[in-house]
Design a protein around this ligand. Structure first.
Ligand SMILES: *Cc1c(COP(=O)(O)O)cnc(C)c1O
Length: 229
């Protein structure tokens, strides 16, 4: 079976046009290619078209691809749940972590960030729908965690990330707006925060309208993923 070329150009054009309509600069939205379950060859094909930012959910899989694609000047984002025994490898090999949701993990990432690397960019994952089953800190707890994380020496707190529920009837507009409001409040005391990581294949146009600065696309770029065991 031959794979059609990934629809990267079309998505880029769509991002530009949504930004135009929303009065935003198209450069203010970073397209993160969520490449879990994809092969290093698929990532390389996208990198050949100028895609630089890749997001991985599973540590070993991510490390294998980082090693396979070394020398290509790519930016690697860890976006999956973090077990504390995995922080050392994340801190050593990734440029960004979107899924920090407790201080213990943030402390370990800071302690384990190699001295020769720039501070690790991190976002705090927010459970923006207050769903019992979801990871992420509750809206009420974000400010305290953000202050503690911002004080860690080898991390650079950049902003907030959320994975809203899949079944909302407004394409998650209300949830995106809550996250954007929360960032805007934090910026009163932490003006350097500049990142809203929100929006996936099913809802990224709305996320951009609501201020997303990073959209995380898997299916839209690579097609449907095989089910994981
Ligand atoms: C898988 C995943 C995505 C991408 O999801 P799609 O619906 O395939 O675009 C984005 N963010 C996170 C955290 C993910 O785990």
């Amino acid at each position: 079976m031959t794979h059609p070329k990934p629809p990267l150009e079309g998505i880029r054009a769509q991002i530009r046009s949504i930004c135009d309509q929303a009065g935003r600069d198209a450069d203010s939205v970073c397209l993160l290619a969520v490449s879990k379950t994809c092969t290093a060859a698929e990532l390389a094909a996208l990198a050949d078209q100028g895609q630089r930012h890749f997001g991985e959910n599973y540590l070993q899989e991510g490390l294998d691809k980082i090693a396979a694609l070394t020398g290509r000047d790519l930016v690697w984002h860890f976006i999956g749940p973090i077990q504390s025994n995995k922080t050392r490898d994340i801190a050593a090999h990734f440029d960004w972590v979107h899924s920090v949701d407790r201080l213990k993990v943030a402390r370990r990432l800071s302690e384990q960030r190699p001295a020769q690397r720039a501070p690790l960019n991190v976002c705090i994952q927010v459970n923006v729908d207050d769903e019992a089953s979801k990871s992420g800190v509750s809206l009420a707890e974000v400010a305290a965690l953000a202050e503690a994380v911002a004080a860690l020496p080898n991390l650079r707190l950049r902003g907030l990330m959320a994975i809203p529920r899949a079944d909302s009837d407004d394409h998650n507009r209300a949830a995106f707006r809550r996250l954007a409001m929360t960032l805007s409040h934090l910026r009163n005391t932490m003006p350097a925060l500049d990142t809203l990581s929100m929006g996936m294949s099913a809802d990224y146009p709305v996320a951009i309208e609501e201020g997303a600065t990073v959209i995380r696309l898997g299916t839209a770029l690579f097609g449907p993923r095989p089910a994981r065991q």
